[in-house]
Design a protein around this ligand. Structure first.
Ligand SMILES: [Zn+2]
Length: 447
């Protein structure tokens, strides 16, 4: 089955300011087999007799977006204007204690569906009871890296454990999904996990040849507390505990000093930058420019529905740019091409998926998104020397402008309409599950 995506404004993200305008992309099965100017692919016999032609005049065509840090969840809009650590202790952790596998699976289905509709083709999700998440990802067709919330410090026994993480790894979700759904190892946080959990995580990563994901350095308090408890800043402490490396991704990394950035770069550790969450929880601005300059792969993350409060990576791109500009007082930072790279190819690199996705190039999987440029908010569309579509994607468009989504060559969204799930059914299920969760949380015994 060959599909020709014809006549759009193609941003393949194979290099800065590379554009085919108008351009085409040819998909054969799961893979991209050609990308280039529209006339070139029209003249290609493989394009000329494609089984299906999707005309994309008036649309931007770009690689699918990678959400490098997400928590499935159903707490949207319910805990506002609290400090991060109060909010975790008094609000989020009780919801974890009340969570069931059934509610967790509904939350994943909701978040993956919401992400796909907004152009996300790949998520890294730190969540719980993730056998249900694996099934939800496989059914929807999204690319997913599943990371259980492992915690073993006293008082956190209701989270996932190294043992439950091992069980998820042993289900090998990648084997039944052509690698689309993968299990990794999750460590909630330096303060939620003992050194033994870190050692076990490093061992599991080696045994299963897989990655590790954790949070760090989100607030100044954490850095001070880490210095007091361990005599080291958080990234230094993680280095000591042996989990930094090319298959490790750390969310936030807001309060890093130069030495910590150097440690990330030297070890090949990647970062998931979550600008909306960092602003909303008043955590602070990450030193994205310094990390990128040091060679660290920095992808974008929405963080959870409770700290964002949507899973719209097009919107996240705008915040990523604006936060860099206002925090550095340097208007040359946060350039649209750099931000687009973070949401696509750099995100793929962070997740170790750049050999298969993240850019539009022959041989890569067909993970592709189209964005309508027909709105008043994306007009005018200018070409050549005045090209403004990269800026439109970062500053003007939002997830509602996404029209089509393919993952591994399978079309998940066509003209804004999902093909692998029903929005009303997802909403109804989530509403009921959230009401159940809140009732269960209210009935928890007082601590
Ligand atoms: Zn998080």
């Amino acid at each position: 089955m060959r599909t020709l995506l014809r006549g759009g404004i193609v941003l393949p993200m194979t290099g800065r300011a590379v554009v085919f305008d108008p351009g085409s992309v040819l998909i054969d099965g799961t893979d991209i087999v050609a990308v280039g100017p529209v006339a070139e692919l029209d003249a290609d016999p493989r394009g000329a007799d494609a089984d299906e032609v999707v005309n994309l005049g008036g649309h931007a065509v770009l690689p699918g977006l990678h959400n490098c840090h997400l928590h499935s969840g159903l707490l949207r809009g319910t805990a506002e204007s609290m400090s991060l650590w109060d909010w975790l202790k008094t609000y989020v952790d009780p919801a974890h204690r009340a969570l069931t596998p059934e509610i967790a699976a509904v939350a994943s289905r909701h978040c993956y569906a919401e992400g796909v509709l907004a152009g996300t083709t790949s998520v890294m999700d730190m969540w719980r009871f993730m056998e249900g998440s694996a099934a939800a990802a496989a059914a929807i067709g999204i690319r997913a890296t599943l990371v259980p919330y492992v915690a073993d410090a006293p008082g956190y026994d209701y989270f996932e454990s190294i043992e439950s993480n091992r069980k998820l790894l042993e289900t090998r979700p990648d084997a039944s999904t052509d690698g689309r759904v993968r299990a990794w190892i999750g460590l909630e946080h330096l303060f939620y996990c003992t050194p033994a959990a870190f050692r076990a995580a490093a061992g599991l990563a080696e045994e299963f040849v897989t990655g590790i994901h954790t949070h760090s350095s989100e607030t100044i308090w954490e850095v001070q507390e880490s210095l007091a408890r361990f005599g080291a800043r958080p990234i230094e402490e993680m280095f000591r505990r042996g989990i930094l490396g090319p298959r490790t991704v750390i969310a936030h990394c807001v309060w890093l000093d130069d030495r910590e950035i150097e440690l990330l770069a030297q070890t090949g550790t990647s970062v998931a930058h979550c600008p909306c969450s960092n602003m909303k929880l008043s955590s602070g601005p990450a030193r994205v420019g310094a990390m990128r300059a040091a060679g660290v792969a920095v992808g974008l993350g929405s963080d959870g529905e409770k700290e964002n409060n949507n899973l719209d990576l097009l919107e996240e791109m705008k915040f990523a740019s604006l936060l860099q500009k206002v925090s550095t007082l340097d208007p040359t930072t946060g350039d649209p091409w750099d931000i687009l790279a973070m949401a696509t190819i750099d995100g793929a690199r962070a997740l170790g998926l750049d050999d298969r996705t993240g850019s539009l190039a022959p041989g890569k999987r067909a993970d592709i998104v189209t964005v309508s440029l027909a709105g008043l908010h994306t007009t005018p569309v200018l070409h050549g020397a005045d090209f403004n579509v990269a800026a439109h994607l970062v500053f003007s468009a939002c997830g509602h402008d996404v029209r089509d989504v393919w993952v591994d060559g399978r079309r998940l969204v066509a003209g804004g309409r999902p093909l692998t799930f029903d929005v009303d059914a997802v909403r109804a299920e989530s509403q009921a599950a959230a009401e159940d969760l809140f009732a269960r949380r209210a009935a928890l015994p007082a601590e």
